[in-house]
Ligand binder design. Structure first.
Ligand code: FAD
Length: 322
């Protein structure tokens, strides 16, 4: 059997991120087609117990690096252990979620190994016996298919919610690796966690987002009420963030978060290219805007031309009945 399709099992505080299960599920199909094994790489402190859950999503093998030095993500520490693992076991592909951590780690590891990396991918397929990835260019104006035939491993970061996470239980072999975190130059002095009942923006299936059309911070309450009915996360355009109405952690777009939910409801957002760059891969886009010429309607699957302050409450009441 060839050397394997690897998936970075991203965890935070002992919780595996959903995107890791999504990558394993899609990685399973690729591994079967290519005749390779599917492996997860799990790094952290006291994480060994999480390996079983990766087997639930069809990993054949889980490489675990469990060390006090790796309690929190640091670019140095994680790059050192992951790059060393890859050098030792030589997988043919290494997939990571396109998250803050995944993006940082992928870039560092690819540079360390001098291998090819495709970022922000929205699809993966096999053609001529190799992995081919779809990724956006020019802030999502065009999508290209790209492969790295010479690169080993071929690396890619893939947007959360691109693939379905499908449980497929296997009793994964757990391989404990005594990798050295090496010299960690970053010092983490404090961790501030945002506590929210809502799903994390980049992992949410449904997002209700507000822009300048919300007119002020006090009006985000109507979006939160709609989000509560839908079990959704709340997002925002940069205009709303720059105005100080919501924190930057809400921002969707080129300089904010990239999201790929099943449903994205844009309220009072014009659809500037920089906003579209972060959400145009949503599977269904609903736009509510009083300007029928607004650019957002060009990418929307459903458009409602109207005043959001009238439309959103009606939508909420109707959805409550479903
Ligand atoms: P506007 O463009 O002002 O649109 C407001 C919309 O609300 C209008 O279409 C209006 O018709 C509608 N509206 C008003 N009142 C109502 C109402 N009562 N009911 C219904 N509709 C109403 N932007 C991002 O979002 N994310 C980014 O990451 C980002 N990064 C950027 C990076 C760079 C380098 C640059 C230059 C810009 C970036 N921008 C980003 C900014 C972007 O260009 C736009 O300025 C911004 O997205 C506009 O936000 P908006 O749609 O909320 O506001």
């Amino acid at each position: 059997m060839a050397k394997g399709i690897w998936v970075f099992a991203e965890q935070l505080g002992g919780q595996i991120k959903k995107v890791s299960f999504e990558l394993l599920s899609e990685g399973r199909k690729a591994a079967d087609q290519l005749g390779e094994e599917l492996c997860a790489v799990l790094v952290g402190k006291d994480v060994t117990g999480l390996a079983e859950s990766l087997g639930e999503y069809s990993a054949d093998k889980v490489y675990v690096v469990d060390s006090d030095a790796l309690e929190n993500y640091t670019t140095d520490g994680y790059t050192n252990v992951v790059a060393d693992l890859i050098k030792q076991y030589e997988p043919s592909a290494f997939l990571l979620g396109c998250t803050v951590t995944g993006r940082d780690l992928a870039a560092q590891v690819a540079q360390r190994l001098q291998t090819g990396l495709m970022t922000d991918c929205t699809a993966m397929e096999i053609a001529d016996g190799q992995l081919v990835f779809t990724r956006p260019l020019y802030a999502g104006k065009v999508f290209v298919k790209a492969a790295c035939p010479e690169a080993r491993p071929v690396m890619a970061t893939i947007r959360p919610n691109t693939f379905a996470a499908v449980a497929n239980p296997k009793s994964a072999e757990v391989v404990k690796v005594d990798a050295n975190a090496g010299d960690i130059r970053q010092v983490i002095k404090d961790i501030v966690r945002q506590v929210s009942e809502r799903p994390e923006l980049t992992e949410a299936d449904i997002i209700v987002s507000g822009g300048r059309g919300m007119k002020g911070p006090e009006n985000f309450g109507i979006l939160e009420e709609l989000a509560d009915v839908l079990g959704a996360a709340v997002g925002a355009s940069r205009a709303a963030v720059d105005a100080g109405w919501v924190s930057h952690s809400f921002q969707v777009g080129q300089t904010g978060k990239t999201v790929s939910p099943v449903l994205y409801i844009a309220c009072g957002i014009s659809g500037a290219i920089q906003h579209l760059a972060g959400m145009s891969s949503a599977k269904c886009i609903v736009a509510i805007n009083k300007d029928e010429e607004a650019n957002i309607f060009k990418v929307a699957d459903y458009g409602i031309v109207g005043d959001l302050f009238e439309v959103v409450p009606i939508l909420k009441e109707e959805l409550k009945k479903v």
